[in-house]
Write a protein that binds this ligand. Structure first.
Ligand SMILES: Cc1cc2nc3c(=O)[nH]c(=O)nc-3n(C[C@H](O)[C@H](O)[C@H](O)COP(=O)(O)O)c2cc1C
Length: 179
C-alpha cells in the first residue's frame, strides 16, 4: 500500500516528528511504501478561493509552489495520514493550508477510495481536548468518502521528551504496522 504522510508541525525534532517517525518505521516494517512531507518546511500558499482551478481544469493559481509534489502523490496514494500538534484544539495552520489546497482536485479525491489516519498530540490532558480535531477527521472521511483508518490521539505531550517517555511512542509504531 502507498501511504502519504503529511505532518504539520514547525518543529523538525518535536513531539509529533517523533510520533511520525515511529509511525513511518512501523508502516515500512509492514512493507508499505511511505512518502512523507513535512509541510511546514514547504512553500505552500493558502487557497485563495478564487476558483481559478474550477475554470482551468484543476490547475491552481499557485501553480509553481510545492503543493504540486504533494498532489502527485495524493492522487496515487492508497492511504493518507495527517500528523499534527494540537494548536487551539485543531491542526496547525501549516497543515490546514495543505488540506485547503485539496480543493483543486476535489472531485478526483472523492472518486478514489482511500483510508485516512490521524495522529495528534497536545499538552492538555482533558478528555475533551481532542474532540474538535477528531470531529474534523471524521468530517474529512465523510466528505471524501474515505475509510476511517483510525486515530492516535496523544494527550499530555507538551514536548518531545514527554513523548520519548510515554507509551505513545510504541503506540505510534504499532499504529503504523497495523495500517
Ligand atoms: C500556538 C500553539 C497552540 C497550542 N494549542 C494547544 C491546544 O489547544 N491544546 C493542547 O493540548 N496543546 C496545545 N499546544 C501545545 C502543543 O500541541 C504541544 O506542545 C505539542 O507537543 C507540540 O508538538 P510539536 O513539537 O510536534 O510541534 C499549543 C502550542 C502552540 C505553540
Amino acid at each position: 500500500m502507498k501511504l502519504l504522510v503529511l505532518t504539520g508541525s514547525p518543529h523538525s525534532n518535536g513531539t509529533t516528528a517523533l510520533l511520525a517517525d515511529e509511525f513511518c518505521y512501523g508502516a515500512m516494517e509492514a512493507g508499505h511504501e511511505v512518502i512523507r512531507f513535512d509541510t511546514a518546511k514547504l512553500k505552500i500558499n493558502p487557497c485563495l478561493g478564487c476558483d481559478h482551478c474550477r475554470k482551468n481544469e484543476g490547475k491552481c493559481v499557485h501553480e509553481y509552489d510545492d503543493m504540486i509534489e504533494i498532489i502527485l502523490h495524493l492522487l496515487t496514494a492508497d492511504a493518507v495520514a495527517l500528523v499534527s500538534p494540537l494548536y487551539y484544539f485543531g491542526m496547525t495552520a501549516q497543515l490546514k493550508r495543505v488540506i485547503d489546497r485539496f480543493y483543486s482536485i476535489n472531485s478526483l479525491l472523492r472518486e478514489k477510495p482511500k483510508k485516512l489516519y490521524m495522529i495528534a498530540a497536545g499538552a492538555d490532558t482533558d478528555k475533551w481536548a481532542m474532540d474538535a480535531i477528531k470531529a474534523h477527521y471524521k468530517c474529512l472521511c465523510s466528505y471524501f468518502r474515505w475509510q476511517e483508518g483510525g486515530t492516535l490521539l496523544a494527550y499530555g505531550l507538551g514536548s518531545r521528551q514527554n513523548a520519548e517517555n510515554s507509551e505513545y511512542k510504541i503506540m505510534a509504531k504499532n499504529f503504523g504496522k497495523e495500517i
